[in-house]
Design a binder for this molecule. Structure first.
Ligand code: ADP
Ligand code: MG
Ligand code: MG
Length: 870
């Protein structure tokens, strides 16, 4: 039988999985000699057993009995003993802290007899009855599931306008009776008088609180696995509610907001446990403890210094003073803001507590991303219209526009715009680029708008379902009938999802300015600079960027990208060039086709030359045209209607176009004529692109082209394209690597063969994920992803973080077999995952050479690549 119970002297801070954070740290504090009331911890393993079987593991009761007996012996009194009771708290404590999510019951062991013993022993009747009423209240709420308000209301009635400290013994005695009555009527049972029964029921309740709805919700938000369970700590009570020389407080060893050293905390006299945070009375700043009780104050400061040295990090603590004597009740490495994380990490280096390696592991890519977003300068100054999903953080204000073209036009006049759409699609890209922010009324956090905006580092609120967006009338209607017309000013907060009417002022973040080449202007930026410099020095993975324009490429370079890992060419076929593409498709014979291709070639050459110029000296991976052809054609229904309405007068071009669109219409376009298939189906298309690449490379000194073939599933496809491309390059006298995307499962599974024709692989994990799971990225999210997350099919969307077991396994196979067939084969990733911290770590593990992500994510990828290497 496993050991289910650990005394505080038996555990340590590294046993968090088993003892939970609170238990492990209570043990650690005990072992370094800090004043912790004695107690023991029931393991998370016992909790998991209980939750699985609905019953406590065999032998647990006896084991708890032994530890309780030892505690009683040590304290010289028994739990609930009538003349001098030992009281305990029963406290939850999971592996990851879930503040306020789970339950704790204080003062266990009190009943009608022992309350008298406690009063007598302490010489303080009021305190004894206050403790008793607290027990019934907490027990009623936590263990018996009675809503807290019933108790609070009863107490408020009694208090009138008195403070809780002004309640007298007789009041508290009356309150105890009232509370017992509430238990009787609401729970249909008596409040249990037996101390051991109180304790056992509380332990059970703590275990069950693991699955309380708010705990489940919190875990999902914070990506804490659902199966861990919580430990339970049984701790001898110490009392902060014994009068003015007692009290309780919370503190940080340094400011969790700025990282500055100093005394940060709150203290409340004559109070117990939760009173400090519950805000029932006004707390005083911790500094005032110096006057109230100088001895305890200085001891506390000494302990805080000890904790910082010991944990080598910011700690937060809970303490209680019982009649002048200080007790430590909790500590942990404290949560902090993104800004404080960077500051503290470098401060600790300067103080000699950690080295730079450690400092890099103390901050995260998400925190860095957070620091790069602009923010509202101050709240207020706008009327909140609604709240949508906080899809991509930051703050943006501008004029509402309802189409991509409008966005480009208005932004072109130098005005800030917010692109408002029901949902976005690839056609909106230009508008999204031009806009300061994007607002949609449909779609979730992995919708097109959200993914693209996050990638661009652009503020986005999506799925604001209360808004009725009418793109034709160019307006939206908000709840309460507020109508926002094109040109009206609105503001969106991508960190909260709030949408405001009017302009709320925003400022650019200094960290973003720094990455743009700005100065190291303050302490925070200096900290970021030091961490980034070190991350770059230790990382093995390179960071490249996905960039389709010279501007993006230039920005990526400023952000530290060592090349372009994905330059999509399809965007170069939109806008005014659409007509040329239509010509290409309408072309009846090879000759007409060639005319269309010849018209496109110089345009493409100029596109590529721009990007080569921006990336001079660094590799640029150009992906030949990928998406289904119909994406470049008019919508079938629209066109059919147009032709029908025009009747006899319909133009010849429209009729021919309609025939072509019908012919090319596909049921499953993502599985249809696209990628290399398109290149093989339309002779001359890829050749034109390769010629344009070669011509551009000749024009730009220092150009380093890499040609990437999308959607290859069989080596034969690649061989055909490669042969043609090699000929063109040789003729032009240009050297370029030729490689392929690995995005079809068959490509991963035959990577050994494919490597024979490829100089490099780039994992296209968007398609690879969609094809491995067999669900469409564009459709599944609103259909069932929420449900799947609820059911725990996956903890996070596989489009957000690489699914290591499935998609990741294919990547491993391809990486290994590819390298075996061709040592030195270059490996990278260019899917959305390239900028996702967890996925970056995975790419490091499987030995890729680089990750490629959107320019704005490049610093995040650099940092995470550094962290992965440590
Ligand atoms: P949480 O995890 O929500 O902070 P805790 O288990 O830490 O819950 O307990 C809630 C409050 O009760 C805290 O303020 C804590 O310091 C206090 N408390 C817990 N156990 C004891 C004890 N044995 N003696 C005195 N106060 C206690
Ligand atoms: Mg606590
Ligand atoms: Mg793809």
């Amino acid at each position: 039988m496993p050991k289910y119970v650990y005394g505080f002297t038996e555990g340590n801070k590294d046993l968090k999985d088993l003892l939970g954070g609170k238990g492990a740290n209570l043990a650690e504090m005990t072992n370094i000699g800090l004043p912790v009331p004695p107690g023991f911890t029931i393991t998370t393993e016992a909790c998991r057993h209980y939750l699985r079987h609905g019953a406590m593991p065999g032998g647990l009761e006896e084991e708890v009995g032994e530890y309780l007996a030892a505690l009683e012996a040590r304290m010289g009194k028994r739990l609930g003993q009538a003349d001098d009771p030992l009281l305990v708290s029963v406290r939850s404590g999971a592996r990851f802290s879930m503040p306020g999510m789970m339950e704790t019951v204080l003062n266990i062991g009190l009943n009608d007899d022992s309350v008298l013993g406690l009063a007598k022993q302490s010489g303080n009747d009021r305190f004894a009855w206050d403790s008793y009423r607290r027990l019934i209240q907490m027990f009623g709420r936590t263990v018996l599931g009675i809503d807290g308000e019933s108790f609070e209301d009863a107490m408020d009635d009694l208090k009138g306008d008195r403070d809780d400290t002004e309640l007298e013994t007789a009041d508290l005695q009356r309150l105890v009776e009232t509370f017992k009555g509430i238990v009787r009527t609401r729970a249909g049972r008596e409040f249990p008088a037996d101390p051991r029964e109180q304790m056992d029921l509380a332990v059970r309740a703590v275990f069950e609180s693991w699955n309380a709805p708010r705990a489940v919700l919190y875990r999902r938000q914070e990506r804490i696995p659902a199966g861990l369970g919580t430990a339970v700590n049984v701790v001898a009570m110490v009392f902060g509610n014994m009068g003015p020389d007692s009290g309780t407080g919370v503190a940080f060893t340094r400011d969790p907001g700025s990282g500055r050293r100093g005394v940060y905390g709150d203290y409340l006299r004559d109070a117990q446990g939760e009173d400090v945070v519950a805000g029932i009375r006004n707390t005083v700043p911790l500094q005032e403890l110096e006057t109230i009780n100088p001895e305890a104050y200085h001891e506390l400061l000494g302990i805080m210094a000890t904790l910082e040295r010991h944990y080598r990090d910011l700690c937060d603590i809970e303490f209680t003073i019982e009649r002048g004597r200080l007790w430590m009740l909790q500590t942990r490495v404290g949560k902090r803001t993104a800004e404080a994380a960077f500051r503290i990490a470098t401060q600790l280096v300067d103080e000699g507590l950690i080295d730079m390696d450690e400092a890099v592991t103390r901050v995260t890519g998400d925190q860095l991303a957070h620091l790069m977003f602009p923010r509202f300068a101050a709240t207020g100054g706008g009327h909140r219209l609604t709240t949508g999903m906080n899809a991509s953080p930051g703050a943006a204000a501008g004029r509402a526009v309802f189409s991509s073209e409008q966005a480009v036009e208005v932004a072109g006049r130098g005005e800030a715009v917010i692109l408002v759409r029901r949902e976005t699609n690839p056609d909106d890209l230009a508008g999204m680029i031009a806009a300061h922010g994007v607002l949609t009324s449909r779609g979730g956090k992995t919708s097109h708008a959200a993914v693209v905006a996050r990638g661009m580092g652009k503020t986005c609120v999506c799925g604001a379902e209360e808004l009725e967006v009418d793109p034709h009338a160019r307006r939206f209607t908000a709840p309460g009938g507020v109508v926002v017309n094109e040109g009206d000013l609105i503001s969106i907060d991508g960190s909260t999802g709030a949408v405001y009417l009017g302009e709320v002022p925003v400022t650019a973040s200094p960290v973003a300015r720094y990455f743009e080449g700005g100065p190291v202007e303050d302490e925070l930026v200096r900290a970021v600079d030091r961490v980034m410099t070190h991350a770059d020095a230790v990382r093995r993975l390179e960071a490249r960027a996905n960039a389709d324009t010279p501007e993006d490429a230039a920005r990526a370079r400023r952000f530290g990208a060592l090349g372009v890992g994905l330059c999509r060419t399809e965007h170069m076929f939109l806008g005014e060039r659409r007509r040329l593409v239509e010509d290409l498709i309408l072309a009846l014979g090879g000759k007409e086709r060639q005319v269309a291709l010849d018209a496109l070639e110089p345009l493409q050459t100029a596109d590529f030359a721009g990007i080569f110029g921006a990336m001079r000296g660094l590799p640029v991976t150009i992906r030949l045209i990928d998406p289904p052809l119909h994406e470049f054609l008019p919508d079938l229904t629209d066109l059919a209607v147009r032709v029908a309405v025009a009747g006899e007068r319909a133009g010849d071009r429209d009729r021919r176009l309609l025939v072509a669109v019908r012919r090319l219409h596909e049921q499953n376009p993502m599985l249809g004529l696209r990628g290399v298939r398109l290149g093989l189906a339309i002779p001359g298309l890829f050749a034109m692109q390769v010629r344009a690449i070669a011509a551009a490379a000749r024009q730009v000194e220092g150009a380093r082209a890499e040609i990437m073939i999308p959607l290859v599933g069989a080596v034969q496809e690649l061989e055909i394209v490669r042969e043609e491309a090699t000929g063109i390059l040789a003729e032009a006298g240009v050297e370029a690597a030729i490689g392929t995307m690995i995005e079809v499962p068959r490509a991963a599974l035959t990577a050994g063969q494919i490597a024979g024709a490829a100089d490099f692989f780039s994992f296209g994990t968007n398609d690879l994920t969609q094809m491995t799971w067999g669900f469409s990225r564009d459709d599944v999210e609103s259909a069932f992803f929420g449900r799947y997350l609820d059911l725990g099919v996956f903890g996070v969307s596989p489009f957000e973080s690489i699914d290591r077991d499935g998609v990741g396994r294919l990547m491993r196979i391809a990486a290994e077999e590819g390298r075996r067939a061709r040592p030195g084969l270059k490996l990278g990733i260019c899917g959305e995952h390239g900028g996702d911290p967890d996925s970056v770590h995975f790419c490091h593990e499987i030995g890729l050479d680089y990750v490629s992500c959107s320019p704005f994510r490049v610093p995040v990828a650099r940092l995470e690549a550094g962290r992965a290497a440590l």
